[in-house]
Design a protein around this ligand. Structure first.
Ligand SMILES: [Zn+2]
Length: 644
C-alpha cells in the first residue's frame, strides 16, 4: 500500500484551496454533478483527510479581526447527523461538501435554552427550539423556548441586525422559511411568543399586538426594523391588515410601500433590483408560506429501511433557480456590498429542520445541499473580498440518525448513496405521523476569515453574538448612538407656508414620534421612520400667527429634541430641505420632501394616521390655527393634505 495516496481531500485550509473548492462548486448543477466518491477509501490513507502536516495551513487560516462584513449561515436543525447523511448521499462518505466542509476553523457549541418560569426559571432546558436558539446568537442572551429576542423576563434584547444597522452597517435577512418563522424573526422582532406572525394572530400576539399597546406582530416589526433587505417566504402575513397604529386599515404590503420599501414577489422582481438601502429597503416574499424543498419527500415508515433503497427525486414544486437559497445569497451580497460601510447578512436554510420533523430523509438532505451551495457563494465572496468573516452553523440538533440495521419499532428509510451503497436513516423520537423532536447535543460551528478563530473549541451559541459584534466593532450602546442628535427647524415661517423639521444623528433609533404643542396642549403627530439617522416632518404652517413647539422623540432611545417655530406675517420661509445625512440611491432625493425614483412614497416622513389627525383637528379647531400635515400615501404620489 502506498503512503502517497493521490486522494488527499482535507478540507481547504488555505484561501487558495478555499477558492478552488468554492469556485469549482459554483459550476455544478444541482443533482448530476456531485463529486464521485473516492474509489479507494479502503486502502491505507485512502480515507484520510489530513495526511500532510496541516500546521502551517491552519496557522495561515487564523486571522485577527476586525472584519468589514459578516455572513452568518444557519442550517436549521442541521446537526452532525444531518451534515453526515447529506455528505454520504451526495458526495460519498469519503467526499466533502464543497461549502460546509471547506471552512477551515471548526468548533462546537452548546445550544440549551432556559426555563421561563416556575422553580426552574433561568435554569437550563436541555433541548431548545429555534426561537430560543436564534435569540441566543441574535442577542447574546439565553432565553426560553418560544421567545423571539426577549429575555426570560420578557425584556427586548437588541439584535445583531438592529445593532449593526445603528452602527451604519448594511443588513440583510434571508430565509427559505416564512419570514415570521423563528430564525429570521429573531433578528427583526421582539415578541413573547413566536407564533405572533401578523395582525390576525390576535390570540398568539396577546399583549404584543399593536392594539394592545405592544410592539406589534413579527411582520409589523420586520417592516419597522427596516433591514436593507429581507428575503424569504411568508407573504400571507404581509397580506393581513393592520388593526392599529399609523397604518391601521392598510395591508402590511401597502404599509411597506408607504414606508419606502421595494416590495418584490417573484424572481423577476428580485432580479430587477439594483439597490437595497435605508432609503429604499427591499421586502421580498416569494411564497405564501415556506419555500418548497429541493427534493420530493420520502417519509419514513416502521420497517422502511428494509424496503428497496430509494434515490432522491426532484420536487416539481421547487422554485426557479433564480430563487434558490444560493441565488438569494448571491443577490443579497451584491446589494449589500456597495461601499465602505460593510454589512451583516444572516442566511437560513430552514427546512432541514422541517423535513426532519416529518421523518423525510430526502427532504432534509436536499435542504442541506441547498444551504451548502449558499455557503459556497458566501465563501467565494469572502475569499475574493479578503475582509469578510463567514460563520456556518445550526440552531439545534435533530432526530435523524444513520443506523446500521432497521430499527424494529421506529421509523426508517433506506437510500442509495453516490457510493453505491445503502444508507439507513432512522427517526426515533415520535411515532408515525407525529413531529420528530429536536435533540440537545452540541453542534458544529465553522468559520472563515478575520475573527473566525473565535469559533474554535467548545463555545456556546451566545458566543456567536459576541464574535460578530467584536469582528464588526459594533457599539452596543444604541441610546448613546443617538445622544448627539440634532434638530433643525426654521425659527420663523410665514402663515400657511410649507417647511420641514428634521432630526439628524438619531443612529440608535428606528422611529421617531412627534408632538405638537399649542398653548400647552400636546398632540400626537405620528411616527416617522429614521433613515440613516434622519427623520423629517413636513408641515404647513398655521395661518394664525403665534408660537408652536414641535418635539421629536426617538422611539428606541428616548432622545428628545424640540424646536419652536414662530408663525409671523411677512416672514420668509426657508424652502423645505432634503435631510443632510440621507443617502439616496439613483439620484432620488430622500426625506420628507423627497420623491423616490420609483414613484413610491418617501421615506422619512410620515404624517399622522387618521385617528391622531382627527384628534389634532379637533384640538386645533378651537385655536383657529390651521396646520396641514402632508402625508404621502403608498405608491401614489398623491398627497393627502390633512386640514387640521
Ligand atoms: Zn424544529
Amino acid at each position: 500500500m502506498s503512503k502517497n495516496t493521490p486522494n488527499r481531500r482535507r478540507a481547504a485550509l488555505t484561501t487558495g484551496a478555499l477558492a478552488t473548492a468554492a469556485v469549482a462548486a459554483l459550476a455544478l448543477s444541482p443533482v448530476a454533478a456531485f463529486a464521485a466518491t473516492p474509489a479507494n477509501v479502503a486502502q491505507n490513507g485512502g480515507a484520510a483527510r489530513s495526511i500532510d502536516d496541516s500546521t502551517q495551513l491552519l496557522l495561515d487560516s487564523v486571522e485577527a479581526g476586525p472584519a468589514k462584513n459578516v455572513i452568518l449561515l444557519i442550517g436549521d436543525g442541521m446537526g452532525d447527523s444531518e451534515i453526515t447523511s447529506a455528505r454520504n448521499y451526495a458526495y460519498g462518505a469519503g467526499g466533502s461538501l464543497p461549502g460546509i466542509d471547506a471552512l477551515p476553523l471548526t468548533g462546537q457549541y452548546t445550544t440549551y435554552s432556559v426555563y421561563k418560569d416556575g422553580a426552574n426559571k433561568g435554569k437550563p432546558d436541555y433541548v431548545p427550539d429555534s426561537a430560543a436558539t436564534g435569540s441566543a446568537w441574535a442577542t447574546g442572551t439565553k432565553t426560553y423556548d418560544n421567545a423571539i429576542s426577549v429575555d426570560v423576563d420578557g425584556v427586548p434584547q437588541d439584535t445583531l441586525i438592529e445593532i449593526a444597522k445603528a452602527n451604519g452597517k448594511k443588513t440583510g435577512n434571508v430565509s427559505t422559511a416564512e419570514l415570521q418563522d423563528a430564525t429570521p424573526a429573531v433578528q427583526a422582532a421582539h415578541v413573547a411568543a413566536r407564533s405572533c406572525y401578523g395582525p390576525d394572530s390576535v390570540t398568539q400576539c396577546g399583549a404584543d399586538a399593536l392594539d394592545q399597546g405592544g410592539l406589534g406582530s413579527i411582520s409589523e416589526q420586520i417592516i419597522g426594523t427596516r433591514a436593507d433587505l429581507t428575503l424569504g417566504g411568508g407573504a400571507t402575513s404581509f397580506g393581513q391588515t393592520a388593526r392599529a397604529g399609523q397604518w391601521q386599515g392598510d395591508t402590511l404590503f401597502a404599509q411597506a410601500q408607504d414606508r419606502g420599501y421595494q416590495v418584490v414577489r417573484d424572481a423577476a422582481g428580485l432580479d430587477g433590483l439594483t439597490a437595497a438601502d435605508q432609503t429604499q429597503p427591499v421586502l421580498g416574499t416569494f411564497t405564501d408560506g415556506n419555500f418548497p424543498t429541493r427534493y420530493a419527500a420520502t417519509t419514513a415508515t416502521v420497517g422502511g429501511a428494509d424496503l428497496a433503497p430509494q434515490t432522491c427525486q426532484p420536487n416539481p414544486a421547487r422554485l426557479s433557480t433564480g430563487l434558490s437559497l444560493q441565488s438569494l445569497t448571491e443577490k443579497s451580497i451584491d446589494l449589500l456590498d456597495t461601499g465602505d460601510q460593510g454589512f451583516f447578512l444572516q442566511v437560513e436554510g430552514a427546512s432541514i429542520d422541517k423535513r426532519d420533523h416529518s421523518a423525510d430523509a430526502c427532504g432534509q438532505i436536499g435542504e442541506v445541499l441547498d444551504l451548502d451551495e449558499a455557503v459556497q457563494s458566501a465563501l467565494a465572496f469572502a475569499e475574493a473580498d479578503g475582509n469578510t468573516m463567514v460563520i456556518v452553523t445550526a440552531d439545534h440538533a435533530h432526530t435523524s440518525q444513520i443506523v446500521d440495521s432497521t430499527p424494529p419499532a421506529t421509523l426508517s428509510t433506506a437510500l442509495t448513496t453516490v457510493d453505491g451503497t445503502t444508507m439507513k436513516i432512522a427517526y426515533g423520537t415520535a411515532a408515525a405521523g407525529g413531529s420528530q423532536q429536536h435533540t440537545g447535543t452540541q453542534l458544529r460551528v465553522a468559520g472563515y476569515g478575520p475573527g473566525a478563530a473565535n469559533v474554535v473549541g467548545l463555545i456556546d451559541q451566545t458566543d456567536n453574538f459576541f464574535t460578530i459584534v467584536n469582528a464588526l466593532q459594533l457599539d452596543r450602546d444604541l441610546d448613546g448612538l443617538s445622544a448627539d442628535a440634532t434638530i433643525s427647524a426654521p425659527t420663523e415661517v410665514a402663515p400657511g407656508s410649507e417647511f420641514t423639521i428634521s432630526t439628524a444623528g438619531l443612529a440608535g433609533d428606528r422611529q421617531v414620534t412627534g408632538t405638537l404643542d399649542v398653548d400647552g396642549t400636546t398632540t400626537d403627530l405620528g411616527i416617522a421612520d429614521v433613515v440613516d439617522g434622519v427623520a423629517t416632518y413636513t408641515v404647513t404652517a398655521p395661518t394664525e400667527p403665534g408660537s408652536y413647539t414641535i418635539t421629536l422623540t426617538g422611539t428606541q432611545s428616548g432622545t428628545t429634541l424640540s424646536a419652536t417655530v414662530a408663525v409671523v406675517v411677512g416672514a420668509v420661509t426657508p424652502a423645505p430641505t432634503t435631510p443632510p445625512a440621507a443617502a439616496p440611491a439613483d439620484g432620488a432625493s430622500a426625506g420628507g420632501a423627497g420623491t423616490a425614483g420609483s414613484g413610491r412614497g418617501p421615506l422619512a416622513f410620515t404624517g399622522s394616521d387618521a385617528l391622531p389627525a382627527l384628534l389634532l383637528a379637533l384640538m386645533l379647531a378651537g385655536t383657529g390655527a390651521a396646520l396641514v400635515l402632508r402625508r404621502r400615501h403608498r405608491a401614489t404620489s398623491a398627497q393627502d393634505g390633512v386640514q387640521l
